[in-house]
Design a protein around this ligand. Structure first.
Ligand code: PXP
Length: 245
């Protein structure tokens, strides 16, 4: 029951994976990611993002089915390019699927997709998701070759990896890479999203890039929710994004 995509502002997609991480630390049903999704929607999130990992360390198949069935916001399913995940995406039909690289040992998604090197592997995934009406985005480094490969693959959206920017304490070189990449991607007709490692402290310069249509933010918001509540954390992030535009 995914709703329509807002186009009148820089969208905030709230990634709720780590609500499930906390739930899974004890088993059982609390805290419920679906409740977090409803709360995020009420607090002004423009979309919900959830990553179904191969090892199900946070979101589960049942979480994804419940999100698709019950939230009114567009759902962005982050997934690895595997047959298993493709089948789940095709069954659940989220609004969007963001293809991410996945290595079992990593703590979080560490690098962008290698869209150039894995062109032939990725092509059927982009095609089959797109044929099913699912909007495909590719999570890539802010790198010209990757953007060109994403465009050739026919993905309508790229999500630029802001991890190196965030981990470099907002270095101007990393910001410049994001800005250049966003311009190139838009010039090639792609919609540009960004995410990973964004916080109250580093979001503004990224939000100020006029080419960006959406930010996806998770870990910081869920952590901040411990102190101020999820709605307050989302409002405060929204305010920083709006002030940067
Ligand atoms: N975008 C993508 C593609 C991701 O894999 C992640 C992490 O799951 C995020 C955005 C959000 O990153 P963070 O949790 O650091 O805000």
């Amino acid at each position: 029951m995914s709703g329509a995509l807002r186009t009148d502002r820089l969208r905030l997609g709230v990634n709720i994976d780590h609500v499930a991480t906390i739930r899974n630390a004890r088993g059982g049903a609390h805290p419920d990611p679906l409740r977090a999704a409803h709360m995020a929607a009420a607090a002004g999130a423009d979309g919900i993002t959830a990553h179904l990992r191969e090892d199900r360390r946070h979101m589960t198949d049942a979480d994804i089915a419940a999100l698709v069935a019950e939230i009114a916001l567009p759902l962005n399913l982050e997934m690895a390019a595997t047959e298993e995940m493709l089948g789940i995406a095709l069954r659940n039909k989220p609004h969007a699927a963001c293809i991410v690289p996945e290595r079992r040992a990593e703590r979080t998604t560490e690098g962008g997709l290698n869209a150039t090197g894995q062109f032939k592997t990725l092509a059927p995934f982009v095609a089959r998701l797109s044929d099913a009406g699912i909007r495909v985005s590719l999570f890539i480094a802010p790198d010209a070759a990757q953007i060109e490969a994403a465009a050739r693959l026919g993905a309508p959206v790229v999500e630029l990896h802001t991890g190196p920017y965030a981990h470099s304490d907002g270095s101007t070189d990393e910001l410049a890479r994001l800005a250049t990449a966003a311009k190139l991607a838009v010039s090639m007709g792609l919609e540009v999203h960004a995410g990973h490692g964004l916080t109250f402290a580093n979001v503004a310069p990224v939000a100020a890039l006029p080419e960006l249509a959406e930010l996806n933010i998770g870990h910081f918001l869920i952590g901040e929710a411990v102190f101020s509540g999820l709605a307050n954390a989302i409002h405060a992030m929204r305010a920083r994004m709006d002030a940067a535009r």
